[in-house]
Design a protein around this ligand. Structure first.
Ligand code: SF4
Length: 453
């Protein structure tokens, strides 16, 4: 029990980056609670501040440094712990920050307690660093986002690491080789989550489609979840981002056969031009990608399809950008996430950018801004058209909570549109309930629906 002079020790958390980080912080939070810590908000004064970082872009790194400085401001006497991908790849840079007391690699997250003990016993104030080389990654860091924080959705980490070599990406260096949570443990975690009353589970990983446990892959995992009978039904299951080359007919059939599956797919495209896809070392062409989307629409006609696009990849000329815009416009993508290209040192693309600069073919930041604006307009039209196509349809919504001052419940439909639910009897408490509703209006990615009581 972590008590100093009778008062519980207080810990606060800050998580940057992907769903995997959220899930991992969830598990670490449980470990602090089991050791008697009191969880406080990041803005409150704490004895320990645990920051789980991201390094996917340059701005992600500076966001992390900003959060570290804020942590010291909110908790002047705390032990500040920095872990995650930024700590893994830039440990000395992180450790050089005066605010930082402990730096942990992505697989050393659970070592926090022995290091806190060490600091407490030694009373020393030198920065402790424990970051293992990412190549020998065999350890699987657990990840289940918090079950008891009233959230209706839980992220469950089932896979980690990646051995794809996309030319712009540092994640394989941070997260190491692919590895997965054994199938029996995944099923155990799903049961535990369902029993806790959470209605929606999101399976997540760095390269989820590469889930592998012996002869079991993502298709068998989905089928096993279907067959698991805990007496309490899993109501909603989502899969997070998945590489397009891993979306197969077998996977779609397994998902089709799973009543709780929510028809939203997130397939990062990154570019709508084949030359750029080659330079990115992605594993598909635009034709392959379109074939996968059409297969999805065959089995899930009203599915939402999300995608990521990198804008201004080194050497991306006007024609290639135009190709990308035309491809995206004519594709059934509904939700677009846009990222300006960000050079990550040590990547192949970073060398390409230096070449492009030498050959006066680099994409200037003004040009990147212009292209981001063009794609943003395309993205807004895509999601708006998709929402408008839902008017008059019936949808199921997992209501999360009431939207301030509106009396409307808010939540998400199965195909990942935000829904504002109007109810005739406002004494009804629909929080964490799944309701059937009819779409009356749509604007942007928001549907206005009325609950069919
Ligand atoms: S699939 Fe490509 S972009 Fe995704 S984590 Fe692996 S290397 Fe990075």
């Amino acid at each position: 029990m972590s008590v100093v002079s009778g008062a519980k020790l207080r810990v606060s958390f800050y998580t940057l980056g992907c769903k995997l980080n959220i899930a991992e912080t969830g598990s670490i939070t449980q470990m602090f609670v089991q050791r008697g810590y009191e969880i406080v908000s990041f803005e409150s004064s704490a004895d320990v501040v645990y920051i789980n970082t991201c390094t996917v872009t340059k701005s992600a790194d500076s966001n992390c440094r900003n959060v570290i400085r804020r942590a010291r401001k909110y908790s002047p006497d705390a032990t500040i712990v920095v872990t995650g991908c930024y700590a893994q790849l830039s440990s000395s840079e992180v450790a050089s920050m005066l605010e930082v007391d402990i730096v942990l690699g992505v697989d050393q997250k659970e070592k926090i307690f022995e290091l806190l003990e060490k600091i407490k016993n030694s009373g020393k104030k030198t920065t402790e660093i424990d970051v293992s080389d990412s190549s020998d990654k065999s350890f699987f860091q657990r990840g289940v986002s918090a079950l008891d924080d009233g959230k209706t959705r839980t992220f469950l980490k089932v896979q980690d690491g990646c051995d794809y070599c996309c030319s712009y990406c540092v994640i394989p260096h941070a997260r190491g080789k692919p590895r997965s949570l054994p199938l029996s443990q995944v099923l155990g975690e799903v049961n535990r989550v369902v029993k806790s009353g959470v209605k929606e589970v999101v399976l997540t990983g760095i390269n989820l489609g590469e889930y592998r446990d012996g002869s079991n892959n993502l298709v068998t995992l989905i089928s096993k979840i279907k067959d698991t009978d805990t007496g309490i039904k899993l109501q909603r299951l989502r899969i997070s981002s998945i590489e397009p080359n891993k979306v197969t007919k077998d996977l779609l059939l397994a998902l089709k056969d799973l009543p709780s599956f929510m028809d939203y797919f997130h397939l990062p495209l990154q570019s709508g031009d084949d030359e750029i896809l080659k330079k990115m070392n992605r594993k598909y062409t635009t034709t392959d990608y379109l074939n996968v989307l059409e297969m999805i629409k065959k089995y899930f006609p009203s599915a939402g399809i999300g995608s990521d696009i990198i804008v201004g990849f080194p050497g991306e000329c006007e024609r290639e950008f135009e190709n990308a815009c035309n491809f995206i416009k004519s594709s059934p993508i509904t939700h677009l996430h846009l990222f300006p290209y960000s050079r990550r040192e040590g990547t192949v693309a970073a060398k390409m950018e230096i070449e492009a600069i030498k050959n006066k073919a680099a994409v200037s930041s003004e040009e990147k801004k212009k292209r981001m604006a063009i794609l943003k307009t395309i993205a807004e039209k895509k999601i708006n058209d998709f929402s408008l196509s839902m008017i008059g349809q019936k949808v199921t919504v997992l209501c999360e909570n009431k939207k301030n001052r509106t009396g409307l419940y808010q939540g998400y439909t199965s195909n990942y549109l935000r829904a504002l639910v109007s109810i005739s009897n406002d004494k009804l408490n629909l929080a964490n309930s799944i309701v059937e509703a009819s779409v009356t209006k749509a604007k942007g990615n928001v549907l206005y629906v009325s609950y069919l009581q």
